[in-house]
Design a binder for this molecule. Sequence first.
Ligand code: MSP
Length: 656
Amino acid sequence: MSCKKSYITTPIYYVNDVAHIGHAYTTIIADTLARYARLIGEDTYFLTGTDEHGQKIEESAKIRGREPQEYADEISGKFRDLWDEFDISYDKFIRTTDVDHKKGVQKAFSVMHKNGDVYKDTYQGHYCISCETFFPELQLVDGEFCPDCGKSTSVVEEESYFFKLSAYEDRLLKWYEENPNCILPKSKRNEVIRFVEGGLNDLSITRTSFDWGVKLPSEFNEPKHVMYVWLDALMNYITALGYGTDDKNMDYWPARVHLIGKDILRFHAIYWPAFLMSLDLPLPKHIGAHGWWTRNGEKMSKSKGNVVNPKEVADAYGLENFRYFMLREVPFGGDGDFSQRALMDRINSDLGNDLGNLLNRLIGMSGKYFEGRVESELVSKYYQAELDEVQTYMDKLEPFIFELQLHRFLEELWRPLTVANRAIDKYQPWTMIKEGKTEETMALNGLIATILAKVSLMLHAVMPKTTTIIIEALGFEVTTENFEKYIRNNEILSPFTITKRDPLFPRIEEELLVDARLEAIKKEKEEAEAKKAKLKEAKKNGTTTEGVALIGIDQFFQTSLKIGTVVQAEEVVKSKKLLLLQVDIGEEYNRQVVAGIKEWYSAEDILNTQVCVVANLKPAKLMGMKSEGMLLAAKDADGLCLIRPEKPKTNGTPIS
Ligand code: MSP
């Protein structure tokens, strides 16, 4: 399945949000393919970029009080910075606000129009801004909500240009049928076929309700219309190669693979090939739709606060370990769960035990017995069976890459490592050397080095820096020539002296990322448990949870509480705290109450208001004044307030 030119693309990312693990996943798969294609000597062009037009972006900018262009510049820059930090080997980073891109889209519009596929009409439909898509009423959930994202749709009626998508039904179905691998994984192709067989409506490809988009070509004289954002966005795959401007790199077309997520398959597998047919351009070789990442089993969303930030993960666990994990953990096309536990297990087990340890064992054995020297000439004399076994695994690997089965690729690539680790355990070099079998021991080291060399070359596209370290320790370099030599032609390694180095994958014992959400859940749980324990303790002791003794109702009624009205109030001059009050509680004489409330109430505030009085307290003296009751009040960090009846009540009404 090898072709000379390899054009590999990611989706272009919307600039209404910063990058998350899903974006990183698509980009890392594409980067791996591009690196592999380059390594095997293909002329490779790798494209990524940002999708910057449309109502969604216009609104995101508006909410933040920004101009769309300035806002797009900022977020697009963040994507680019992240990919640079992640060493993504893109050849071009396209932005849909690039002048050349806009020219290319206009050209495509004119060509499709000239070819009779574009006509003007009016459109009435339910539009989801979030998905930038119209939906027929029948597809709406509860007659209103978007079937894809669940957000509310709005009814839009506007004049629009249409693309005759319906005219392409048969040709699309023929393409799917004649190219069984055009959509990967194959199960997704069946979904698309069923959708197209259900019938296609023509597609509205211009909008008049907003203006943040590519204008129609001037010959149309339609200043109110801008291109539908998906038409604009999909064209990036050819405008990036110079379509509509200098055509400079159009010989990379058709794409070897468009990498996308499953949510945007319809656009890529139906609209895009139809547009290309209308433009008389060849169709992409593969469209690869991966699944979605969840976190600890849940959908990621900002509101849940469980969105995985790829940079944080890479910083904590190592970028290349993260790459390995993502590609190894989930079958392409399936959904995958991000959990730190799974990531740690992969690092400790696959990378640390199987790969890193093998290098350590080679360093150890060759250092101890041969002063670091490793020679492979005699490997086939002693270990032909192992070499043959490794070769059968190696021969099967490449197709997995271009069929996008990267998890299988990595799984199979680990088999030679098992052969190597098993050989050490089986032949026991420490015994062989004691028995004077020097040649056999050296050959065993040669076998280990050969296996490490082959695995590292194949793994290079996934873990470029790590494998370069291993390969350099084995005395050669990562080049296409060496790939030919050691992988395709099965040549033996030249003798070399290995140098000691630190372990490549230090063991990770605990989760390195603070998961704010899980922390919050843990805290909540701990608090609930503490509360439960307190309740249990209180029950046992016959107290409230604060340790106050429980009383019976009869004891409560021993306190006489009454409604009263403050009929006289004056400040106690010498005191900062006290007011001297006369309170009518329905008795023949008023009660004198000295209340410590002056900090919160003036005499004037409290005069002629109703209060709750403890009426059967033994009289006491405060600053020489008799007090014959107490007012009910509540005091917290914000201060004190009196407890009062909600509505006026007759003085003396008992409180129960
Ligand atoms: N702008 C369009 C693509 C236009 S391509 C001509 C777009 N952009 S996006 O930023 O919303 O999404 C980009 C990619 O990220 C999609 O492939 C999408 O599937 C992927 N992901 C978004 N969330 C994801 C996960 N939680 N998990 C995996 N990938 C997900 O769509």
